[in-house]
Design a protein around this ligand. Structure first.
Ligand SMILES: [Zn+2]
Length: 299
């Protein structure tokens, strides 16, 4: 039996319901994205545990929140639990969460038959599914990195007309402009303010609490950041402490003098234009808890 287009998208959108109180839970969406990558690459979503343990482990470490859980355990959770969402099947009936049996039998997982059949028949549906997943769990600045790491082509998926995700909320188009203006069109971290002719180039409005996690389009949830610092902020290499000092994560490393300029940001205070709202404490603590990677450098 094949699922309809709507059934496939509904099932995948419902993975969002596992988000509680703004906690990020990207494990299941990352597993599905990895399976979609294999399906488009090889024609089958089959994923043996040995490969999931490495590849999904890397995806969770790179794109998930910091966790004290051992890597294999953090992979076993989605690999076994995704079955209950009706989108995943294993070739052996193993217990939830246990790494041992998955390893011993090198259990193979795959998308449930009706879903895989529907996706195989309709490449546009596969693109729409990947886009829905990535946009509901990650901000636009790192969505292309997530897709690439999962073996999918970001240009193909993010720029396909008509594949827009089931957007529950409407984005406020004027917010970006207002944020750039409020911060004098400069990066709030490094002060970069390049223009090409008379237009800013390489400065973007960044959400502190991600839009996909109920971060509002408000000035106290926005920072103007250069492209580089926007990306490092969304990856959790950069963060803010409660006093709005910039923190650099110990997980970030650089060797060249240009790369090492990032270290110089550590401990610097945000310097907003007079009257510009600074990021609200709630949003800053969300970013700290859900995005910032590991420990800040020792100042
Ligand atoms: Zn910057």
């Amino acid at each position: 039996m094949t699922s309809t287009r709507e059934e496939v998208l509904d099932r995948l959108s419902s993975l969002r319901l596992h988000q509680r109180h703004g906690r990020r839970a990207p494990h299941k969406p990352l597993l599905v994205l990895l399976a979609l990558g294999r399906l488009s690459e090889t024609g089958s979503s089959e994923l043996p545990w040995s490969e999931a343990e490495t590849r999904l482990g890397e995806l969770i470490a790179e794109f998930g929140p910091v966790s004290k859980t051992a890597r294999a355990q953090s992979v076993a959770y989605p690999f076994t639990h995704l079955r209950s969402d009706g989108v995943w099947a294993l070739n052996h009936d193993v217990r939830m969460d246990l790494v041992g049996p998955l390893r011993a039998r090198n259990v193979v997982g795959r998308l449930a038959d009706p879903i895989e059949m529907a996706l195989r028949k309709d490449p546009a549906l596969l693109r729409a599914a990947a886009r829905t997943l990535v946009e509901s769990h990650f901000p636009p600045s790192i969505a292309p990195d997530v897709l690439t790491a999962a073996g999918l082509d970001p240009d193909d998926i993010l720029h396909t007309p008509g594949a827009a995700a089931a957007a529950v909320r409407q984005r406020d188009a004027s917010w970006r402009l207002a944020v750039l203006q409020a911060w004098d069109r400069q990066c709030a971290f490094c002060g970069y303010d390049g223009q090409l002719l008379s237009a800013s180039v390489g400065v973007e409005a960044a959400h502190v609490r991600w839009w996909a996690f109920d971060g509002p389009d408000s000035l106290d949830n926005g920072l103007a950041l250069c492209v580089l610092h926007h990306k490092l902020f969304d990856f959790g290499a950069l963060g803010l402490d409660p006093d709005l000092r910039i923190h650099v994560s110990t997980a970030f490393t650089a060797r060249t003098s240009v790369g090492r300029t990032v270290y110089d940001l550590h401990g610097r205070m945000l310097k907003p234009r007079p009257g510009t709202p600074v990021p609200a404490a709630d949003h800053v603590s969300w970013h700290r808890r859900e995005v910032f990677k590991g420990e800040p450098l020792n100042a």
